[in-house]
Ligand binder design. Sequence first.
Ligand code: SF4
Length: 298
Amino acid sequence: MDDEVMDMQQGNVKSLALQGEVAFAQAFPDGTLGCELCPRFCRMQNGDRGWCGSRFRKRDRMWAGNHNWLSVLKLARIEAVPLAEYAGGAAVLKVGSFGSNFVPPRDGRSDQGLEAGMGRVLVPGDLAGICRMMVKQGCIGAAFVYGEPLMWYEFVMESAMLLKQCDMQNILATAGFVNKRPLQELVPYLDAVRFDLYSFDPAYYRDVLRMDMSVVLRSLWVLAGSGVHLEVATPYLAGVNDSPEQIESIARFLGSSFGRGLPYHVIVPDGDRETVDREKLLECLKAANQHLDSIYLS
Ligand code: SF4
């Protein structure tokens, strides 16, 4: 499967009234408004937009420009998230909006680089309703996977609460660069997470992705300790992590921290599938397998 139910790559933002005021905003004595969703702690004057491009200040309030704004909605097998050891054969509605608080590397997947202005208005109740309509097609819930869903926080939270009320499930894909409290408040509504761990090199995280790896690992620990089903994925990127030593360093950390049973995906970008050095890739998978039992090539 992977049927596209709706392609919403058209349309314009119609109504500012449908944008939501954000959580985790803090007023400071110097007149700025601070956002405390992620470790960038953006401070905004009237009219400013945050680093992620999704949150902005208008007069004395902070808003999420992507609230109730859906860029993509597709019905897909859960294996396409990818999740390999959760609800096998089920379908999920993969959804996303714009906004990212890091610089995504070229990884060939369609779930990056969503832009503001592409999509359509859809409220959490509509999303829950569509999920329920799709139950006959095997749909078990929503998968917030495109862009960085944590930059769509209020919509994800509202939707996840509604979906739980409908006995449906919530799946999140994230790079994990978020503050601890917002993540902890969302976790009770999550059922499964695909966590993207791009590298085990703090300098790569700092200089290329523009994230602090220690924060990313803290999020991974929070999720691992929460009871949600967790799988970790590494996009296989030439010159970044395409050596056995680099993949092994990730796998060694995962195995020693969370046990050999943690499912681990090496994702070859769509555009590289024909040209990838298969012998080298096999060496990388073998290196990972020294520390983890469940390795998936996705
Ligand atoms: S969520 Fe966006 S606005 Fe808030 S601190 Fe992070 S980058 Fe800045």
